[in-house]
Design a binder for this molecule. Structure first.
Ligand SMILES: Nc1ncnc2c1ncn2[C@@H]1O[C@H](COP(=O)(O)OP(=O)(O)OP(=O)(O)O)[C@@H](O)[C@H]1O
Length: 270
């Protein structure tokens, strides 16, 4: 189970070059990437972080994966605080981050087995896991090819198998269907559906996306993130009821862009 409470993180974007002829540097800009993101993702459920571009999804997941530290807020994985006990928390998570970062000179199998050994698996155990995961992700023919030259979808599958090699109870995926064709997307969806079942281990699965259909098809629970904040959460049916919409896209636009809509209304009235 993953719990995230009032997470916040800002960045200072580097100053632009010299402005005009004044030879003065523009001031660095503060970007409030994440301002107040909270959610709970239970075991045996798929929780989707849904938000428009730039909403703060990737930054939230990077903090959860221990890649960057939060300015404020708390995150725990199976009750273990990610900031205070990062190694313990990370060992319970399989993370597919935005940077897939495979070793191009290694085969898919070697990439997966190497990660297994980093997690303390024996070579044989890691190899057996690589075979099982390859079958699940429909990538067996790829196993013994060097990842150099892999297509985006092939790289994603390899990175996902690598993230799952230690059979983590919690799975965190940043835009996992990015660049996948329809068959690969279906294979991934089926794999995630299986992983949440008791036979698949009843995993806690969190993934980010800006694709509404993805959420409707897959998620038990949706967390809508906009401008760095959680603005709504619940099942698709609950969010439809809350917004009194029939169509999930309409519901999402209402929830995610409520501020813009209110501002626009004020401007029109003025
Ligand atoms: N290292 C950084 N330095 C400066 N700004 C950053 C940095 N990382 C993220 N941001 C900014 O923070 C905001 C949130 O970015 P983030 O990548 O978390 O959004 P996202 O919801 O994942 O968007 P997308 O769906 O487009 O991937 C954006 O405005 C982005 O430009």
């Amino acid at each position: 189970m993953i719990t995230v409470e009032h997470l916040a993180r800002q960045f200072t974007a580097p100053a632009a070059g010299k402005r005009g002829l004044s030879f003065k540097r523009a001031a660095p800009q503060v970007v409030k990437a994440v301002q107040d993101v909270s959610f709970t993702a239970p075991d045996g459920r798929i929780t989707g972080l849904l938000g428009p571009n730039g909403a703060g999804k990737t930054t939230s997941l990077r903090m959860l994966a221990g890649l960057i530290t939060p300015d404020a807020g708390r995150m725990s994985v199976d009750g273990i605080d990610v900031v205070a006990r990062p190694r313990e928390a990370l060992s319970r998570m399989g993370v597919l981050s935005d940077a897939r970062g495979l070793y191009p000179r290694l085969t898919a199998r070697e990439n997966i087995v190497y990660y297994g050994s980093l997690h303390g698996l024996s070579r044989d155990a890691a190899n057996a896991r690589a075979e099982t995961l390859a079958a699940m992700l429909e990538m067996t023919p790829l196993l013994d090819r060097r990842t150099d030259g892999f297509s985006q979808g092939e790289r994603m599958k390899t990175a996902l198998a690598r993230a799952l090699v230690h059979d983590p109870a919690n799975i965190v995926l940043d835009e996992p269907t990015n660049g996948l064709d329809v068959l690969a997307t279906r294979a991934l969806r089926d794999a995630l559906r299986y992983l949440r079942t008791p036979e698949g281990g009843g995993k806690c699965i969190v993934f980010s996306t800006h694709i509404m259909q993805e959420v409707e098809r897959l998620c038990d629970s949706v967390v809508v993130v906009s401008h760095g904040r959680t603005v709504a959460s619940g099942s698709v049916a609950e969010l439809l009821a809350q917004t009194r919409e029939q169509d999930f896209e309409e519901a999402f636009v209402k929830l995610a862009f409520a501020e813009e809509a209110a501002r626009h209304l004020q401007e029109v009235k003025a």
